[in-house]
Design a protein around this ligand. Sequence first.
Ligand code: FAD
Length: 387
Amino acid sequence: MILKDFIIVGGGIAGLSAIKAIREQNQSASILWISDEDRLPYKRTKINKHIAVGFSRDEFALVEHDWLLTHHVELLFDRVIGIETAKHELSFKHRGNLQYHKLIVAIGNKPRPLSINGLSQDMVFNVHNARQVENIIRSTSSSRTYMVVGAGVEGVETADQLVQKGKKVILVDRNSMVLQRFFTPKYAALLQDTIQKAGIQLLLDVHDIDGSLGESVIQMNGQQYDVDTVISTIGYTPNIELAAASNIQCNVGIRVDEYMQTSAEDVFAAGDVAEHPSGEITCLWHAAEYQGRVAGMNACGIKTKLELKPFRMKTEVFGDYYLAVLPSKSSLEWVEEEKDDIVRDMYFDQGKLEAVLMKNDGSRSKIYQTALMEKWTRERINRELPL
Ligand SMILES: Cc1cc2nc3c(=O)[nH]c(=O)nc-3n(C[C@H](O)[C@H](O)[C@H](O)COP(=O)(O)OP(=O)(O)OC[C@H]3O[C@@H](n4cnc5c(N)ncnc54)[C@H](O)[C@@H]3O)c2cc1C
């Protein structure tokens, strides 16, 4: 049976980042990268932000074929369906089994199913992978009214794109504010105002959706709406089935320690599938990238501890730029500032920057990120990041 030094399952950023870390440490080891998608691994964050203009097949590719060749990384398009941890062996949907010395599982998550009473699943689309977004783009030639369920970042961005395409959009959430995971009520109110000004019907606190009244009629909170297409962005669940079936410890995600090691020998996990000792599952691009690197280093035998870093959410919607890292506790002192169209709230713990919410200071976004990572003092912010 063929044996590879490193097998990385999952063609996302966590997988690629692990590969880059391994190659930096070891130029001769065999590396096999497995993707179950239909194209070169790509920048997932781009896809729902390009519904209006569309994209070509490999437009957002993370690496070119040449890069794979130069770095001696073999990319295999298949789906892993089993892990025999005792034998260090993987089974596949299409090809025969393979063995690994070290395995990195970076298989991300999948959309939570949207269940609406009576609604045909043919009407429901997701934005989780490039193929799904291409289907949405195709739907725009016939659909006029879209209902986007879930007013988190992906939902709001998708609604923005559909409006740019000239579509009528109803944006729905069961929460009482948009971007509940990332925003305070103040920033949610700013964005909600913009959403409504863009002509989107924003329905919050919606707990009862009924699709059984007939084709394309959706009833919410007692009102009826005509809808051609439903897009669900209600959240994701980590792909744990593969690991769980192999007796690798899972909770909501695949459990990892501070070195991204799972409960199985020589098996690491990283990115959106990994659940950290604190119980956190990050679901952010830069966090997945960082975790992939840490997993890669540890798989090479270089003990590298994962540090909890304040990765930010950023989004550009309806012509505005938002950045958010929410404070983890409520007892921090904070400073609210506004100048022209810039709004920012900064939270300090014992004089050190802990969290930021900001609107429309996007040209200095990297400086905010550095300030957060380095926990700048108020004096330093006044000096180097004044408003
Ligand atoms: C539409 C969208 C927009 C987003 N925008 C942002 C943003 O603006 N900013 C931000 O920080 N984050 C954003 N995110 C989140 C971010 O994309 C993820 O945190 C990041 O992509 C996670 O990377 P990953 O490598 O862990 O997983 P993924 O990118 O999900 O990659 C996992 C890969 O593994 C594959 N796979 C699964 N099971 C198997 C198997 N059994 N065998 C082989 N392959 C398998 C999957 O098909 C997938 O290709 C967005 C997510 C989505 C869906």
